[in-house]
Design a protein around this ligand. Structure first.
Ligand code: ZN
Length: 264
């Protein structure tokens, strides 16, 4: 599951002076918004954000070879307003929820927590072969924050039926947001938050973390093949990280992005 948060909301204020002016302003607004909303947005991005530029390919992906030409699902990857969601500082730092009360090892809830941690760590070590990851103890310093929590239900209102649409409960979810560093000039960076339900079975925690970590590392899209870890639907059988998953990851990391570059 993926979720996007957009920081590029713009607000504009208007000053209404007279009905005549109001009419003129309305007409102009209609023309502007009809004719060039996309161009204007693009111009704003170009003006305020770092230009699109590729980063050097991490060594782990330089060394990746697929001798059988298994293909990829790169055409299913969506772009964020900042371009591809590529990490450029390695190792990528992650924070993982861990049980705090270690004296309670015999307690069932602590034991379940530890099993959850073990399964997530297994998924992390699988991705380690392709991109270097390092655990940090402070979530503020992390690029990827992994939380042991129930993902929220994003209910929406259907204006036609006038009813609240409540989606099926999710077992895991990844979202991202952007921020600027304290450097001068500031650097545009992103942060990923992965929520993985505590109530899953051990094997489901592993497959859900593997899938969500794929999103967290930049695969912002889904495969239509069951044998890929980023298959769009939850299946019972565990799909390990496939050759196609890594081919897709490598192609993403060869693309330009605004992330990790200085503001103009
Ligand atoms: Zn997904």
């Amino acid at each position: 599951m993926q979720r996007m948060t957009n920081i590029f909301n713009q607000r504009k204020g208007f000053l209404w002076k007279s009905p005549f002016l109001l009419g003129i302003v309305w007409m102009t607004m209609l023309i502007i918004f009809w004719v060039q909303p996309l161009n204007a947005q693009r111009d704003d991005l170009e003006r305020f954000l770092p230009p699109l530029h590729p980063h050097p390919l991490p060594l782990t992906l330089v060394e990746w070879r697929d001798s059988k030409d298994s293909g990829d699902y790169f055409d299913q990857i969506s772009l964020s307003p900042a371009g591809y969601l590529i990490w450029s500082k390695f190792p990528i730092k992650f924070y993982l929820d861990r049980p705090t009360n270690l004296n309670d090892l015999a307690v069932a809830s602590t034991r379940r927590f530890r099993q959850w941690v073990d399964a997530v760590m297994e998924a992390i070590s699988e991705w380690q072969d392709f991109l270097p990851l390092l655990e940090v103890k402070d979530p503020q310093l992390a690029d990827i924050v992994i939380e042991r929590t129930e993902p929220p239900l994003d209910a929406s209102f259907d204006s036609e039926t006038r009813q609240l649409k409540i989606p099926r409960a999710r077992s895991a979810q990844t979202s991202y947001n952007f921020y600027l560093t304290q450097d001068s000039p500031p650097i545009l960076r992103h942060r990923m938050t992965i929520k993985i339900s505590p109530s899953l079975s051990q094997s489901s925690i592993l497959s859900a973390s593997r899938h969500e970590l794929g999103h967290g590392l930049g695969i912002w899209g889904h495969s239509d093949q069951k044998t890929d870890a980023l298959y769009f639907s939850q299946v019972r059988s565990l799909s390990p990280i496939s050759v196609r998953d890594v081919n897709t990851l490598k192609k993403i990391y060869q693309q330009p992005t605004r992330l990790g570059w200085k503001l103009p």
